[in-house]
Design a protein around this ligand. Sequence first.
Ligand SMILES: [Zn+2]
Length: 444
Amino acid sequence: MSDGKVLFENALLFDGTGSEPFVGSFGVDGAAVGVVEEGPSLGEREEWRGAERVDLKGYTVIPGLIDCHVHLTSPWNSGDHEPYWKLVTSPSLKALTTAANANRCLRAGFTTVRNCGGTSWNLPEDVAARQAIGAGLCIGPRIWASAGGISMTGGHGDRAYPAYMIAHPELGCGVVAADGPDGCLKAVRERIKYGADFIKIYTTGGVSTPGDGPCAENFTLQELRAIVSEAHLHGKRVATHAQGLAGIRNAVEAGVDTVEHGSFLDEETASIMAEKGIALVTTLRVFTAILERGAGYPNPEALAKAMLVAEKQQQALKIARAGGVTIAFGTDSSQSIPNGKNAVELTSLVKLGFSPREALLMATRDAARALGLDDGLGTLVPGKSADFLVVRGNPLEDITLLEDEKNIRAVVLGGKAKIMRDEAGEEHQSQAFSVRALSRALMG
Ligand SMILES: [Zn+2]
């Protein structure tokens, strides 16, 4: 599918705007959506004369999915112990792993992923992967890169490795330690220098780092204000890892843009988040996946802490929904949810009581809003980027369809079909398929 005009007709359309799905047709003009209309065909129109046509009868089209919380620089094998893997893996292999994990997300229908830390301090692999994809060296989603997270000394992430290794930032321990308003301001500027699209911080302890607790506060309010004001000065949003209530409150007061996990959220804080337009990013599955692995999970301390937060996070989501907080989709993909299996989180949300429609809105419109990318992404409407999936069956009736890649027959990013699967489920990748190849694959 090269540049030019293509009409996709007769699909069940879920456009991500919040309206009910409808049988409709849409036109793609280069990289953007040109027209969307109800009805099985757009008919003859002057401005679309000569456009190629693809009949999508029997398919559902949804906007490309957005995962607001992935970790791309992580091991292939879920049996690996992540800190060990990071220490023994060369920066170059980490960069290749990052690109490969990003490719897995795209093949699973995620056309945009926000990488929430976990890269080497001075060699951010997420930025490298973003550049490689942008240069056409490899096929992948849009990567919104953190270039590594910022923690306080001894905070979440910073205690993941023995203290003497802090002197070796190139090992890729995942976070930069920063202290005091001036130190925090400098850390933000450094992340921007290295190519960050947004700033990832940690305002509480968490589950995976040894020795810290999910409710421990990280950073003072003064430090947080320095981080947020400096990031916003440069047009960068701030995402904070926050489990305990005090750390959520501090972050919300300082004016962050998204709260990740948010396990101990209460009604009062939810109402402030709704008022300020701060989104909550769900990561339900990551903790329940640790619980399911039970004694087999390589980090017993994390297992104990996951028990503490898993149920709390489920309650937090319900509090957020009741309080009108924007809820954006995230998985914390790495070990517990492998990259490429991101859609299992959609199923977890539906199991918790959200409708498939609500879950899909979190992963499209609301995720784009949370990232500040809703000008161009998240909904299938004229003027926005032509990022969409052609899905066999109707995921609004059965959300689990999206867990099986074979049901995603085409992944289109910026008007270019990058991934295509034929009737037998065989997958093909290209920088851009021809419309004829796409039609042939879909129609058998
Ligand atoms: Zn994370």
